[in-house]
Every structure is written in C-alpha cells, then in structure tokens.
Design a protein. Structure first.
Length: 133
C-alpha cells in the first residue's frame, strides 16, 4: 500500500477528505481531493436520522444512497407514489445524545428543496446501494 510520506503532509493542507478518515490513520494518495463540494448543479442536504432510518452497517463518505420518503404513521406504502432521491454521502456524524445521526448527502439541485422539506418531517429512510466504485 502506498502512503503519503510525512514530508509531503504540507501538500495536503487545504484539501478535503475524499473518504472517512480516523485519527492516526495513514493517508493514501486518494484520501484527499481538491474537488469543491457541492459540485456545480448539486446541493448538499442535511438529514437527522434515527437507527430505524439507517442501515445497520455505518454509512461512509462516498456511499451511493437512495433517500426514500416514508409514509405517515398510518399510511400504507404505495409504490406508485413512492418518492426516492438519489444521492452520495458527503459527511456522517456520530450519534448524538438523542440517538440521531446527522448525514449530509449531495443530490441534484433540482430536488434538494423537496428532499430538505421531506427530511424535516423525519419521514425519510436511507438505502445504501452497492459500494463497488
């Protein structure tokens, strides 16, 4: 495995993590990027999710996900009216004191406002698609 040498650490300053990083982790060349987020035509939307709204396997930066608008407490799922938003995870926090995890997803700008409005109701769930990149 090729890692970034310590004498080149200064070249990483000002770049953004391209993957989840943990304290003390060795950096490989693909660990950081100069890309600006959100990219042109895209928006970042914050989600506050409970354990029941997330897969049990932790989300990772770069995961391709679908955010599904879930029905009300008494609603039945009707596939014809199901609303799904495709996105990519750009940030994940640890669970807070209330058990919620903050997740930021990058979505097409044209659907960002609707996703934000639906997410604010707390009636969304995240589906992780293949992690093959």
């Amino acid at each position: 495995m090729k890692v970034v040498p310590a004498d080149q650490a200064g070249s990483l300053v000002g770049q953004r993590a391209a993957v989840d990083l943990t304290a003390g982790q060795l950096l490989v060349p693909g660990s950081v990027t100069q890309k600006v987020f959100p990219q042109a035509g895209m928006s970042e939307v914050g989600l506050s999710l409970t354990a029941g709204q997330l897969p049990s396997d932790p989300l990772r930066v770069g995961d391709r996900v679908r955010v599904v608008s879930t029905p009300g407490a008494q609603g039945d799922v009707n596939p014809a009216t199901l609303v799904v938003f495709d996105g990519v995870v750009v940030a994940v926090s640890s669970r807070d004191a209330n058990g919620a995890t903050a997740v930021t997803v990058e979505v097409d700008q044209s659907v960002a406002a609707e996703l934000a409005a639906r997410a604010a109701t707390g009636k969304v769930a995240v589906v992780v698609d293949s992690r093959v990149r």
